[in-house]
Design a protein around this ligand. Structure first.
Ligand SMILES: Cc1cc2nc3c(=O)[nH]c(=O)nc-3n(C[C@H](O)[C@H](O)[C@H](O)COP(=O)(O)OP(=O)(O)OC[C@H]3O[C@@H](n4cnc5c(N)ncnc54)[C@H](O)[C@@H]3O)c2cc1C
Length: 471
């Protein structure tokens, strides 16, 4: 939708091929099934939707740009991202206007700068997601998109299943099949694959089995998968009043902001920490009465003895310390062991289904613990409270720590040696095929992916429309 929106003044004719229907249907959704292995991960047909508007039919709508540090990360001395933060910035603004949150970077910062903690805390950045509650479902954007824009068409139930090549490296048509076994061949000059993080990869893996044009990307295709590492281990017992506010704030009738924080660190600390995203949940519902000096029998079970002792210890002026749980999402160091491969089972279009193997390296587990410890140290030093690490290893082994942010597997790089698409998102070795999806992210960041997918979409559409992409 973000791509098509950019072509509304264009002379080009745009056709959106949408595999699903306008609403959710079993026969479309079932194509998304596959298997998972490795660390706990949600079932891959549950956390995405194959219908008009895609997974925005079930998303949270929260948008935040990547951090500058994400674009500075290196792998064996080589920059992971072939593009810079500055290069993407103007496109975040266009993307924000499209989604209806406006210019993220100038939006009422003052109101939110000290929302969670009243003072600046050195080493911790206070941030927020923006969501437009009216525009959350992208399928609702479609009628506005086409309105009187006669150059944009939509074809529903149109499953792209294969491609035909005109010459050795240029696609001449896309093969499409509906649910009544009718097949079409659609002639095209340019193809943008925007089928979501896992499905774009599945299509390319299947196509690569029959088309040698993909041989250049085979070495990297499917590798470096990360859904963010989601951890809910540990807790914070804060000094009374140290945490201002953790609830969402309505900035306008439609736009709301939700606060979070993260550990800010330098590129030179990349070996110690992972970029992370922390939100707090108050656990106060368990307290029967907020009395000074709390005894275990006054509490509902969900406080540990250690937390009760700390609540009492941190009490001030007749107020107890307060307990918060965390929801933390971690960036991940790209690992080739975390990957998507084809299985033997096939869907109704004869395309193989995927197995998703989610791997987390021991190194990253060490960095997660370091990040917890450093946040804990900063909180202690700045009189926010005491943080406990919890049982991170135990949590990782027994919980679903991966879910719906499907990044990596078709990553962007300067050469085919390290990735599958170039800095302009074009597949190496094919002249007219681009990928627009979180699958192209070389690293996931702490940030939720969709704002960056939209920014990349805006950048790609602008480049294609202005014929800026010459090879
Ligand atoms: C519960 C949940 C909460 C989330 N919350 C957030 C959030 O708060 N913030 C955030 O940034 N992200 C969030 N996400 C992630 C977000 O939904 C995705 O990042 C986003 O939808 C990806 O957009 P996409 O267009 O790349 O892929 P999708 O939304 O998956 O869209 C892909 C489209 O391609 C179609 N398609 C697939 N295969 C074919 C084919 N062969 N031929 C033709 N069409 C095809 C599909 O039907 C679909 O319409 C959430 C996800 C979930 C599940």
């Amino acid at each position: 939708m973000a791509l098509a929106d950019s072509f509304y003044k264009s002379k080009k004719r745009i056709l959106i091929l949408e595999a699903g229907f306008e609403d959710w249907r079993e026969q479309s959704q079932t194509i998304y099934t596959g298997t998972t292995s490795g660390y706990g991960h949600s079932e891959i047909d549950k956390d995405r939707t194959r219908q008009l508007g895609g997974s925005t039919n079930c998303w949270g709508g929260s948008c935040v740009p990547f951090d500058p540090i994400d674009f500075e990360l290196t792998e064996n001395g080589r920059n992971l991202w072939p593009i810079s933060y500055q290069e993407l910035m103007p496109h975040y603004i266009t993307a924000g206007n499209f989604y209806g949150i406006g210019d993220y970077f100038s939006f009422k910062h003052n109101m939110l700068a000290h929302y969670i903690f009243s003072d600046n805390i050195p080493g911790v950045a206070q941030k927020y997601w923006l969501a437009n509650n009216k525009n959350k479902l992208f399928k609702d954007v479609y009628p506005n998109l086409t309105g009187n824009r006669s150059n944009i068409d939509l074809c529903l139930q149109a499953n792209a299943i294969d491609i035909d090549f005109e010459n050795s490296s240029s696609i001449k048509s896309v093969i499409v099949e509906n649910y009544n076994q009718t097949k079409f061949s659609i002639k095209t000059k340019k193809v943008i694959l925007a089928c979501g993080g896992l499905e774009s990869t599945r299509l390319l893996l299947n196509w690569a089995e029959n088309h040698s044009q993909f041989s250049k990307i085979l070495e990297n295709l499917g590798l470096y998968y990360s859904p963010h590492i989601d951890i809910r281990s540990g807790s914070l017992v804060s000094f009374p009043g140290a945490i201002n506010n953790i609830d969402s704030l309505d900035l306008t009738k439609d736009i709301s902001a939700l606060p979070f924080f993260n550990l800010s660190f330098k590129k030179s600390d990349q070996d110690k920490y992972l970029n992370s995203q922390w939100s707090l949940r108050a656990r106060k519902y368990g307290i029967r009465g907020r009395r000074f000096w709390l005894w275990p029998e006054q509490l509902v079970e969900n406080y540990s003895k250690q937390e009760i002792a700390l609540m009492n210890y941190l009490a001030k002026e007749n107020q107890l310390g307060e307990v918060f749980d965390f929801i933390v999402a971690f960036d991940q160091t790209p690992s080739s062991k975390s990957r998507v491969t084809l299985g033997v089972k096939k869907d109704r279009f004869n395309l193989k289904k995927i197995n998703l193997h989610f791997h987390i390296s021991d190194d990253d587990i060490g960095k997660i613990k370091n990040t917890y410890r450093e946040i804990g140290r900063i909180f202690g030093q700045n009189k926010i409270g005491r943080l406990s690490l919890g049982e991170i290893d135990n949590y990782l082994s027994h919980n679903q720590v991966g879910a719906h942010h499907h990044t990596g597997t078709i990553r962007m790089a300067d050469s085919a040696k390290y990735g599958c698409v170039d800095r302009n998102l074009k597949i190496f070795g094919v002249d007219n095929l681009w990928v627009c999806s979180s699958a192209v992210f070389p690293s996931p960041s702490q940030a939720n992916p969709t704002f960056t997918i939209m920014a990349l979409a805006k950048r790609l559409a602008e480049n294609i429309d202005n014929e800026k992409l010459h090879y």
